[in-house]
Design a protein around this ligand. Structure first.
Ligand code: HEM
Length: 92
């Protein structure tokens, strides 16, 4: 779903967004403005399957980061809720 030639920028945008969301420097907002995440995801067909796959990959990435369990739990819950909110298509 991610355009191949923009993977690096996509990585940077997601990183900067999450850093800001969890209390760090607000680089994402400075560069991209208000997140409006649901609106920005509208061009991409996100159904329940895409959401579950995104969660699977982010869960693996989070495990690799080896945060203390309380931190990882908090982030996982935030990811799960936000990913559900991103669903913008019925199941194909
Ligand atoms: C549910 C499955 C999801 C899919 C399939 C998905 C897919 C995508 C795609 C294809 C892009 C475009 C690449 C880019 O411009 O960066 C994007 C952008 C982005 N996504 Fe997601 N996304 C999902 C969920 C989420 C969630 C849960 C978050 C936040 C917790 C998130 C945060 C972002 C951010 C910050 C951007 C950059 C927006 C911008 O500034 O243009 N995404 N996503």
């Amino acid at each position: 779903m991610y355009p191949d030639d923009q993977l690096e920028q996509a990585r940077t945008r997601l990183r900067d967004f999450l850093v800001g969301r969890f209390g760090g420097p607000q680089r994402y907002i400075e560069q991209r403005g208000h997140p409006r995440l649901r609106m920005r995801h509208m061009p991409f067909p996100i159904d329940g399957r895409a959401r579950d796959r995104w969660m699977e990959l982010m869960t693996q990435a989070l495990a690799g980061a080896e945060f203390p369990p309380a931190v990882a739990d908090l982030m996982l819950r935030y990811f799960a809720d936000t990913a559900t909110f991103m669903i913008n298509r019925a199941e194909a």
